[in-house]
Design a protein. Structure first.
Length: 314
């Protein structure tokens, strides 16, 4: 199969018929074999019923319905699990992403050799203060931390080589940082393409200000896990050793001061308690490093979601 189109959605019943027809037209015009995987993330507006109806019209449509709302990352992760196309395209279901961008994205993966291509909504049709300015700031911070020269990490329109989506895990709210996750997994050929951002036609945005706070914490998690997930002792052991040696050096100084310079009130000095605290914290950090080496980072149940129904999936 040439292309899998993974579409996470929540309460997008109005836009689904137009979106599926648009994708179908693009695929047939280019002669590609394809599948559409629609992941219903706990919709309450009848989106699943629309997906069931559309499956009769489009045999290549497949559906996954979550029992409740788990979030976009969970929806993408499940979609990636079932995707079988050599190139995987992700896009939002609100019609703000144009399926007409698929041919160029497909060519960048298959002919130009990219592992991942991220869309760049250079001209956005969003609220300036609630989305545009915070998004630009967040993308700037992510570029500086990850050293990936992308302008729009959170763009839903992306293309992946199949091996990429089968090698990464997306959880929590880390869908914003899939390029960062892919880079830490060893996929460094990451490209960018300017894409059309269309005004929202139906409904309203499902995201608020809290996504930026959560996103920043997720970014720190990704960077930490990427660098130290397989070797936690390198982080905790180093910090623990520094703290312990700092406290030990103070204790040695106080001991010398007591027996050589006859300063007998050593325990009455605040620096004595600072030394004790530093050695205790250092020992605890060192122990945390040992425990981290024994505990696997990937809990087996972390990405298990309750799926109420599946459509056209084995």
């Amino acid at each position: 199969m040439d292309i899998s189109v993974v579409i996470p959605l929540k309460d997008e019943a109005e836009s689904l018929p137009e979106l599926c027809a648009w994708i179908h037209r693009v695929m047939k015009e280019n002669g590609w074999s394809y599948e559409m995987i629609l992941v219903d993330d706990g919709s309450t507006d009848g989106s699943w019923e629309v997906i069931q109806q559309l499956s009769h019209q489009y045999p290549d449509l497949k559906g996954i319905r979550f029992q409740r709302n788990y979030g976009k990352s969970a929806a993408l992760n499940e979609g990636f699990r079932y995707a079988s196309g050599e190139v995987v395209i992700t896009m939002d279901a609100d019609l703000q992403d144009s399926p007409d961008e698929i041919p160029a994205l497909y060519e960048m993966i298959t002919k130009q050799g990219y592992d991942l291509v991220s869309g760049w909504k250079k001209k956005r049709h969003d609220n300036l203060f609630t989305k545009n300015i915070p998004s630009r700031f967040f993308n700037w911070v992510t570029r500086r931390i990850s050293h990936i020269p992308l302008h729009d990490f959170n763009c839903g329109l992306k293309a992946y080589r199949k091996k990429v989506v089968k090698s990464i895990e997306v959880y929590g709210e880390m869908h914003r940082y899939i390029p960062v996750i892919a880079k830490w997994a060893g996929f460094t050929r990451i490209g960018e393409k300017v894409v059309t951002h269309r005004p929202r036609k139906y409904g309203r945005s499902k995201f608020g200000w809290e996504r930026f706070i959560n996103g920043f914490l997720d970014l720190l998690s990704i960077v930490f896990v990427g660098r130290f997930g397989k070797r936690p002792m390198h982080f905790f052991g180093t910090m623990g050793t520094i703290a312990f040696l700092f406290g030990f050096a103070i204790a040695v100084y106080l001991t010398i001061a007591k027996f050589i310079f006859l300063q007998y009130r050593m325990t009455e000095r605040p620096i004595f308690y600072l030394a004790l605290l530093a050695m205790i914290i250092g020992s605890q950090l060192f122990l945390a490093g040992f425990l981290g080496e024994l505990i696997t980072r990937n809990a087996p149940e972390r990405n298990q979601y309750l799926i109420e129904e599946k459509l056209n999936l084995e």
